[in-house]
Design a protein around this ligand. Structure first.
Ligand SMILES: Cc1cc2nc3c(=O)[nH]c(=O)nc-3n(C[C@H](O)[C@H](O)[C@H](O)COP(=O)(O)O)c2cc1C
Length: 196
């Protein structure tokens, strides 16, 4: 798939078919991820790929707990108060135990988020090119000890993102974003770009 097609049809996928992702595709996706730029080429990003259904079953309640901890911090305690996007994210939290694969983006001590994020974007675009959906998500400090215990992640390894992956139930497609003519300036803050 041309890179442009992957970029312009990339969107958050939160509903997955149960099909496993072949190991060769997982390898390709991670190989693409590590090609991303990173500070000083120190390569401190680490990935933990989990596709064992028994582990996912244990991770599901941890993810759900994290999701609701984040919502409570925002003053939301029920699905009724939520936007469609957050309802969809709540459904993902309810279904996380059955997601076929999740990749945790981690970093060794001193690995900055600004180096992890380009790798995660490469990962998600590579997955998209293979017809595999992803969505970047976070956890919550209240579940970190459970997360570390379940997967054996040492204390000095920083958690950055949790990326559920799988073949989508539903479609990839265009996203809604503010026009670049409104979010981009040219030469000086406030001056519109030449295409505006
Ligand atoms: C830093 C970050 C954190 C996110 N956290 C969550 C999350 O916890 N749960 C979730 O379902 N989606 C999460 N998302 C996905 C966003 O909701 C999604 O990228 C955004 O709504 C745009 O979706 P679209 O590309 O389908 O338009 C997160 C995205 C980013 C970049």
């Amino acid at each position: 798939m041309p890179l442009g097609e992957a970029m312009f049809t990339q969107r958050a996928i939160r509903r997955f078919r149960p099909d496993r992702i072949p190991v060769a595709d997982l390898e390709l996706i991670i190989e693409a991820a590590v090609k991303a730029p990173n500070g000083g080429n120190r390569q401190l990003t680490r990935f933990l790929v989990v596709d064992d259904p028994a582990l996912m079953e244990k991770f599901g309640p941890i993810y759900r707990e994290a999701w609701w901890a984040k919502r409570r911090e925002m003053g939301e305690t029920s699905v009724e108060d939520m936007s469609d996007l957050y309802r969809s994210a709540t459904r993902l939290a309810d279904e996380m135990d059955a997601v076929p694969c999740v990749v945790f983006a981690l970093a060794l001590d001193n690995g900055a988020a600004s180096s992890v994020v380009p790798a995660v974007q490469n990962l998600m675009l590579a997955a998209r090119a293979l017809g595999i959906g992803t969505v970047p998500t976070t956890l919550h400090s209240s579940v970190m000890s459970q997360f570390r215990a379940l997967f054996g992640v040492p204390e000095d390894v920083a958690f950055h993102l949790c990326i559920p992956m799988g073949y989508p139930r539903g479609n990839f497609g265009p996203t809604t974003r503010q026009p670049t003519s409104e979010t981009t300036f040219h030469g000086r803050w406030g001056t519109p770009p030449p295409w505006a």
